[in-house]
Design a protein around this ligand. Structure first.
Ligand code: ATP
Length: 624
């Protein structure tokens, strides 16, 4: 089938053989001689959304958004097109964010602006409700824990969604990840000029009052829409469709329509999200996340008895999913995305602690990775780290933070691979037996011996030699991670002192537990290294980022982040003697294991608490 591009056409779907629209007579052409509209997915306030095929890209499915300027009844180019293009540009810069579809193109044709986006093969939450009924409170809490960090990342980058609702939150089939669609590329224009049609009421019932005024939308506006989304998920009914009672607006009586009353903990959170006055609402997604994390105790699935921690299932094995795969939508799209080249994945069991260090949730995260066979059945697992931006360093409020961790600054990290564990002694031995590139290597330097323990007592020069030999063996670019890439990978999108939360406990990492951090408790002090993989992974699937051995980074030591690179690159000087170490070790206290913690050592230092892990650059395809 082919869709007519006339925005006013009432029945745009036509047989493939038609040259002209059977309804309105418009010529059926390819947009930009490239995109063929195959289905109308939505008729929004500002335009239409189509499922399309990209003729220049093997008929790959994509999404085309068409902006109808006439909706404003004002000077289109100033009030509609410019903001549209500005926001499209903002979204394009966000495109490496894994929770947003990439922007493939934006342009004007016949004076109508178009935005072409990556097609997400998945199901939106509106469809999930239609198929499965309303969400339970626990499901809503789990969703909030997943969604709030995504919102915070977007807000950190200066973008406000402006139209959050169940239909704009998709769960991607391939990896169960949440993806936000329907960014309001055009909706910073004055919504108040819209006629109050049913369509408009329906589309705007998730939006707080300030969104209807130019330039008044704030991150808190998305939080209101998130609250309205939760009401829809819990009641199974869109806010505007809740029965009207005595002229009251839905936000005053939504609680009466809940199938079950909310717990005393979640109720005030939703009430604060839904404050009509922006000033009374939460100010950031992070603030909400902290509250919801604080509630999480007792609502997630029961924890296994002992041993407390298992890390990952072997590749290919299925692990229990937190959420069951949604049923096929009633109205399945006929166009499937082409199978992407299959990268292996494993399920990492990821833990989260509360402020007291008690594990309050365990979830399985699918993690993509690649494997290097380095001989004698010894493998090196390299975990895929997605590209992104993060705030490097610690805030002044963080307990035990040092001046060396400042100033906090935003760094953009390209995607890369990082070894799942610190390099083990078995891996070291094999690489040390390879031909030297620049220097000789001791094949068993470690103090605490064991094939599966991290190699330690290796200098910065030794580990650079290890990377050189590995690169020579594999033909890939292996190196130490830059300090910023290390912190980014360690944080795994968290901004708490530890990837697990506000504190640490000795069931989650190997460190000296005789001292506490924050409101955490004391624990064991093992006084030696432990086998890699004994502890749970962080959400990127990396183990032992906190504790076990300090890890060398590629960067030379700098006493603070003034003039530090912001693109994830290595920061080195012509003359140096000290290099950066990250992550703490078996003999340090939790404070030194914080994601932001950093120390230096002479590059020649070989100590039984210093090891490393390796990074690998993802080769860019050669330009034609
Ligand atoms: N990138 C995407 N990949 C796959 N499906 C998408 C994508 N973007 C949107 N959709 C699907 O299309 C539906 C309609 O999209 P959307 O809501 O953005 O358009 P609309 O209804 O025209 O406009 P409005 O933003 O005003 O609601 C979404 O609910 C979602 O199911």
């Amino acid at each position: 089938m082919v869709c007519c591009l006339n925005p006013k056409c009432e029945k745009p779907l036509n047989p493939d053989t038609s040259k002209y629209c059977q309804q309105c007579g418009a010529k059926l052409t390819l947009l930009r001689r490239r995109f063929k509209m195959v289905r109308l997915l939505g008729k929004g306030m500002f335009g239409n959304t189509y499922l399309a095929e990209d003729r220049d890209n093997l008929q790959e499915p994509c999404i085309v958004k068409q902006l109808i300027c006439q909706a404003q009844g004002t000077d289109a180019s100033q009030t509609v097109v410019e903001p549209f293009l500005q926001e499209a540009e903002q979204l394009r810069r966000l495109k490496k964010n894994q929770h947003i579809p990439s922007i493939l193109a934006y342009f004007e044709e016949n004076y109508i602006p178009y935005l072409v986006q990556e097609f997400i093969d998945g199901q939106d939450l509106q469809q999930v409700i239609e198929n499965q009924g309303p969400f339970s409170e626990n499901q809503v809490r789990a969703l909030l824990l997943e969604l709030l960090p995504v919102l915070q990342t977007i807000h950190d980058q200066g973008v406000i969604h402006r139209d959050l609702k169940p239909a704009h939150i998709m769960r991607q089939h391939s990896d169960n990840k949440l993806i936000l669609v329907g960014f309001c590329v055009s909706k910073q224009i004055n919504l108040s000029r819209l006629q109050q049609t049913d369509n408009v009421r329906e589309n705007t019932s998730y939006a707080p009052p300030e969104v209807f005024a130019v330039d008044k939308a704030r991150p808190g506006s998305d939080l209101y829409s998130l609250g309205a989304t939760c009401v829809h998920l819990l009641t199974g009914v869109a806010p505007h469709a809740l029965p009207i009672q005595g002229g009251a607006v839905w936000v005053e009586h939504w609680q009466q329509h809940l199938p079950q009353p909310l717990s005393a903990e979640l109720k005030p959170v939703l009430e604060k999200l839904l404050k009509t006055d922006l000033a009374e609402r939460y100010t950031s997604a992070l603030e909400v996340l902290r509250e919801v994390r604080g509630l999480a105790k007792g609502t997630t699935r029961p924890l296994p008895q002992a041993p407390a921690v298992r890390v990952a299932q072997a590749a290919g094995q299925t692990a229990p999913q937190v959420r069951s795969q949604p049923k096929a939508p009633a109205q399945q799209t006929t166009l499937q995305s082409k199978p992407k080249s299959s990268t292996p994945s494993f399920q990492a069991e990821v833990a989260q602690v509360d402020a007291n260090g008690q594990v309050v949730s365990r979830q399985f995260h699918p993690i993509s990775y690649m494997t290097e066979d380095i001989g004698k059945d010894v493998k090196l697992e390299m975990v895929h780290i997605p590209a992104g931006r993060f705030s490097m360093g610690s805030p002044p409020s963080e307990q035990h933070r040092q001046q060396t961790e400042s100033p906090q600054h935003i760094v953009s990290i390209p995607e890369f691979y990082l070894s799942r564990y610190p390099i083990t002694q078995a891996q070291w031995r094999l690489v040390a037996a390879l031909p030297a590139v620049k220097r000789e290597l001791d094949d068993s330097p470690s103090h605490f011996t064991g094939d599966n323990r991290p190699v330690e007592s290796v200098s910065w020069f030794d580990v650079v030699e290890f990377c050189n030999r590995l690169s020579q063996l594999t033909g890939k670019d292996y190196h130490l991670p830059s300090e910023s890439a290390w912190e980014y990978a360690c944080r795994a999108a968290s901004n708490t002192p530890f990837a697990f939360g506000e504190t640490l406990n000795t069931e989650l990492a190997n460190y000296d537990g005789t001292a506490t951090y924050g409101a955490g408790s004391t624990g064991s002090f093992r006084q030696q290294t432990t086998q890699v993989g004994k502890f749970p992974a962080n959400p990127y699937g990396l183990s032992d980022m906190h504790g076990n051995v300090w890890e060398w980074c590629a960067d030379h030591w700098h006493g603070n982040y003034g003039n530090a690179p912001v693109d994830g690159s290595v920061w080195q000087d012509q003359y140096f003697f000290a290099c950066v170490l990250r992550g703490g070790a078996w003999n340090t206290q939790a404070a030194s294991c914080r994601s932001a913690s950093r120390i230096w050592e002479a590059a020649s230092e070989q100590s039984n608490h210093i090891g490393f892990r390796v990074a690998c650059t993802i080769a860019k395809p050669a330009s034609p």
